[in-house]
Design a protein around this ligand. Structure first.
Ligand code: SAM
Length: 502
């Protein structure tokens, strides 16, 4: 982002900023995305054939500047590079800034001729785009926002425009997704689109219409590790290339899934696990959202109720679970807005008898960087929604330890991260559901599984994860790839705050 762009963004009234999704992109990100968009067009760029690059929501023009530099770096003259650019935005003041930026770029690059006309004011949802249907590349960061998001509600014309683009009412589909569909329409066959999207486009129900319509063009996905914008939303950018009708028909069986490409983009190793699913030896359940509020209302501080509190189950949130380590009592927990040092559940206040829950089980966290679980040997832990319970069918004393070992094993985290890549709240998190966990393949080498489980019980986590990785029957190369991935992921495990919430 240029200084001009940053100053303008911060000068805008916050309501308008949210309504129009004004979050300008850092220059390094624009460079990276332009590179990806140009990758399949390098020979056209290096030749003198006409070439057009459009950012239809260009704001102060950071993507246009990045494109101009990339074109010059590949041999276009500065004047010719400027002639390739097409920018549009609904905000004329932003375009004034973009114009100033382009003029300054032209001066720095010795362009003395009158500048080609690059920028137009327009509404990307309703108006024609420059070179519509014939563009070589669309690259940019469109506004985010949907029906639900407070000030980012679409107005009447935006609703109509989005419905026209999708061919049906857009509902809660994000405006950025609608514009991704529109962008694919605006490029020629063989043209490319790289458009920043909220990460939720990868897995959300409302993103399905977008995924379905652009899937035949999906080549890869760019996913940064951190949040880039102060809009507090994780982002990604699908890299699309518009296929011809014949290519679409021929490739329809070969299209990689969004999940596979998201897993690649996040660097999750690809390994094949052959074991029986967890469901052959245990049942997985998750509480329901309404239960959370009932339990929250029955939660009390253990110290506040004298000796009686000793018999109350300890309430365990996701944040109180580390791999094979319960943090209850050592870290505070936040439950429905209240902070507790030692939360317990006053079971007399619950509508269902506690006895139903008083069973040995594993408690497994979700939205964590690797799978994290703890054993509840005497049934005195209460899983706070969305913690998942894994209940062994066998009463065998070692059954819980074996289950815990299977889950803590790095290949299990790799498997889970690949299954649901891109569907968690942030790129580094693994989203687990009870149904999905039930499908987790178990280790195949029983002797190593037992050994790893004993090491885990003895508190030797580092040794145990090695043994258990081997227990999954991977070759040595895959073992070291999986262990490296797990080690890096678990080192940056969770926010180190003192309060552990949901
Ligand atoms: C997220 S900002 C990105 C700006 C620029 N592409 C960048 O990355 O720095 C989104 C831009 O979309 C513009 N915008 C919002 N709604 C639009 C619409 N319907 N048509 C065209 N531009 C729009 C805003 O004015 C804002 O400049």
């Amino acid at each position: 982002m240029s200084d001009l762009g940053r100053d303008y963004e911060t000068s805008l009234d916050p309501t308008r900023r949210r309504r129009d999704g004004v979050h300008y992109t850092p220059r390094a990100i624009a460079d990276e995305l332009v590179e990806r968009a140009f990758a399949v067009h390098l020979s056209a760029i290096a030749s003198e054939v006409p070439f057009s690059v459009c950012d239809p929501t260009c704001g102060a023009g950071v993507f246009l500047l990045a494109a101009a530099d990339a074109l010059v770096a590949r041999g276009r003259t500065p004047f010719d590079a400027l002639a390739c650019l097409r920018g549009m935005d609904i905000d004329p003041e932003a375009l004034d800034l973009a114009q100033a930026e382009l003029m300054s770029w032209a001066r720095t690059h010795g362009v003395t001729a009158e500048l080609p006309s690059v920028l137009v004011v327009g509404d990307a949802l309703n108006d024609q785009w420059p070179n519509d249907g014939r563009l070589d590349v669309v690259v940019g960061n469109p506004p985010f926002g949907g029906q639900l998001a407070g000030a980012t509600v679409r107005d009447g014309s935006a609703v109509a425009g989005a419905a026209r683009i999708l061919g049906r009412p857009a509902g809660y589909t994000d405006t950025a997704g609608v514009l991704l569909v529109r962008a694919l329409d605006a490029v020629r066959v063989g043209g490319s689109v790289v458009f920043v999207q909220p990460l939720s486009v990868l897995g959300s129900r409302d993103g399905a219409i977008v995924r379905d319509s652009v899937s035949p063009a999906l080549e890869s996905i760019w996913i940064p590790d951190d949040q880039l914008f102060d809009a507090a939303v994780s982002v990604c950018a699908p890299v699309l290339r518009k296929p011809s009708a014949a290519e679409s028909a021929a490739d329809s069986q070969l299209i990689p899934t969004w999940t596979e490409l998201a897993a690649e983009a996040m660097g999750v190793p690809s390994v094949h696990l052959r074991g029986e699913p967890l469901s052959t030896i245990a049942d997985c359940t998750a509480g329901f959202r309404h239960e959370f509020y009932e339990v929250a209302a029955a939660t009390v501080e253990r110290g506040s109720i004298g000796n009686e509190g000793e018999d109350f189950p300890k309430l365990v949130t996701v944040g109180l679970i580390d791999p094979a380590r319960l943090l209850w009592g050592t870290r505070a927990a936040r439950i429905a807005g209240t902070t507790f040092a030692e939360p317990v559940v006053d079971v007399a206040k619950l509508s269902k008898p506690f006895e139903l829950r008083k069973r040995p089980k594993l408690l497994v966290a979700t939205q964590t960087r690797v799978i994290e679980g703890v054993a509840d040997y005497d049934g005195m832990l209460w899983p706070s929604v969305p913690v998942i319970s894994v209940l062994p069918r066998s009463d065998d004393a070692g059954a819980l330890d074996l289950l815990l070992a299977a889950l803590i094993a790095p290949p299990a985290s790799v498997w889970a991260a690949r299954q649901a890549a891109g569907t968690a709240r942030s790129p580094g998190a693994v989203r687990l559901s009870a149904t999905q966990l039930a499908q987790l393949p178990l280790p195949t080498d029983r002797a190593l599984w037992n050994e790893g489980s004993e090491q885990l019980r003895a508190g030797q986590l580092a040794t145990a994860v090695r043994t258990l990785t081997a227990a999954y029957g991977l070759n040595e190369h895959d073992q070291s790839v999986v262990l490296d991935w797990w080690t890096i992921r678990s080192q940056r495990r969770k926010r180190q705050g003192k309060v552990a919430g949901l």
